[in-house]
Design a binder for this molecule. Structure first.
Ligand SMILES: O=C(O)[C@@H](O)[C@@H](O)[C@H](O)[C@H](O)CO
Ligand SMILES: [Mg+2]
Length: 402
């Protein structure tokens, strides 16, 4: 069996997506997600110029060997561009293998460990009252777990506050928009939001919060400690994780569960955090961390240390990643939770899929493969539009972490 052709499809049905489609000489094709929000064309070039020419003629059944070839063979290994390109190839090859086997991907991975996958949605508002109302909207939609983010008085465009009710798209401008940040103001306001949320809705629902890399380790420890009475499911990205050691300081001061990893792209980014049990959930994604092949390694390492998966699932991860993630989540023994920021109807039309939302959970389909396809004719109607993620500056103009 041979890879006959492969092509990259770039489209923008509501937001930009990069999709790799691999055709084999047996008439079966597979697709993979290669979207890197705000840097899409870097991955397009990597795939078209440096990966696809090597793939032609390879045996698509040799998923592991192709993964090792693309990882070790690049010499310049790791990084978000390289690993997203490898992920797209990997997803497409697993899609092909499952189609050839006539089984849904979760079956090929080892079968179901659960029938459905608990997800969390994004509730946000310009202030505490608006966010409390938004959380109520998610509870009414049946969510068991809800992330809550609020605007903060005195901070321009604080992280996580969307423009619409259900959809939130941070990549909002043809050049990076400038947002503000001031940690002290956030530390004085965020705990009040969770106090109001628990007072309003009690403790029956999981509440989550994303620190989005904004705090120093000491500030993150302070926030984690202040949130303890509200029993969060997790505090995410509480401090930048390049220095994995930093989480020791946070862990010493708080029992609020910690989650990190959406910007990680290999197991090496997470190894010390997991082995030293500095986190409770690993947020790596199939598109961000080298595909299903590498995500299995990350999940298996995490399982040794009782760390559970909590994969990133923002709108900038295409339905192809969501489809693969749901099959993975249905199989993986140490599953925690799956983020699910709903895609727009335009996006869902370009990427027909068989997963469905029900009672606060997602259920993957039974179609052979990962259950997601791309309508190329419809995709062509949505040309790429440059869109950057914002940047963040402190009040004195210092560049900060968006
Ligand atoms: O946890 C999350 O969902 C966020 O961190 C993301 O929405 C993140 O801001 C975007 O994926 C960036 O493209
Ligand atoms: Mg996040």
């Amino acid at each position: 069996m041979k890879i006959e052709t492969a092509k990259v499809i770039v489209c923008s049905p509501g937001r930009n997506f990069v999709t790799l489609k691999i055709h084999t000489d047996q008439g079966v094709y597979g697709i993979g997600d290669a979207t890197l929000n705000g840097r899409e064309h870097a991955v397009v070039a990597y795939l078209e110029e440096h990966v696809i020419p090597c793939l032609i003629g390879m045996d698509p059944r040799r998923i592991e060997d192709i993964w090792q070839y693309l990882y070790r063979g690049a010499y310049w290994r790791r990084g978000p561009v390289t690993m997203r390109a490898i992920a797209a190839v990997d997803m497409a090859l697993w899609d092909i293998k499952a189609k050839m086997a006539g089984m849904p991907l979760y079956d090929l991975l080892g079968g179901k460990s659960r029938d459905r996958v608990m997800v969390y949605g994004h509730a946000n508002g310009s202030d505490i009252d608006e966010t409390v109302e938004a959380v109520g909207h998610y509870i009414d939609m049946g969510y068991k777990a809800i992330r809550a983010q609020t605007g903060v008085p005195g901070i321009k465009d604080a992280y996580g506050v969307g423009r619409g009710k259900l959809y939130y798209e941070p990549a909002d401008a043809a050049l990076p928009s400038v947002t503000g940040w001031e940690t002290r103001k956030a530390l004085n306001y965020v705990p009040k939001m969770f106090e109001k949320l628990r007072a309003t809705y009690g403790f029956d629902h999981h509440l989550l919060h994303d620190g989005h890399h904004r705090y120093t380790p000491q500030e993150a420890a302070n926030l984690g400690k202040m949130l303890e009475p509200y029993q969060l499911f997790w505090l995410e990205d509480c401090t930048p994780a390049e220095n994995q050691e930093a989480f020791k300081l946070v862990r010493q001061h708080t029992v609020t569960p910690l989650a990190v990893g959406e910007i990680f792209n290999t197991i090496w980014d997470a190894k010390d955090l997991i082995q030293n049990q500095l986190i409770d959930y690993i947020r790596c994604t199939i598109v961000g961390a080298g595909g299903i092949t590498h995500m299995r390694r990350i999940a298996d390492l995490a399982a040794l240390y009782q760390v559970r998966t909590g994969s990133h699932g923002a709108t900038d991860l295409s339905p192809v990643t969501m489809g693969c993630a749901l099959h993975f989540d249905t199989w993986v023994p140490n599953f925690g939770i799956q983020e699910y920021m709903r895609h727009t109807e335009e996006t869902d039309a370009v990427f027909p899929h068989d997963y469905r939302f029900e009672d606060g959970h997602l259920i993957c389909g039974e179609t052979p493969g990962h259950g997601v396809d791309i309508d190329e004719d419809l995709a062509a109607k949505y040309p790429y539009k440059p869109a950057y993620l914002p940047v963040a500056r402190l009040e004195d103009g210092t560049m900060w972490n968006w």
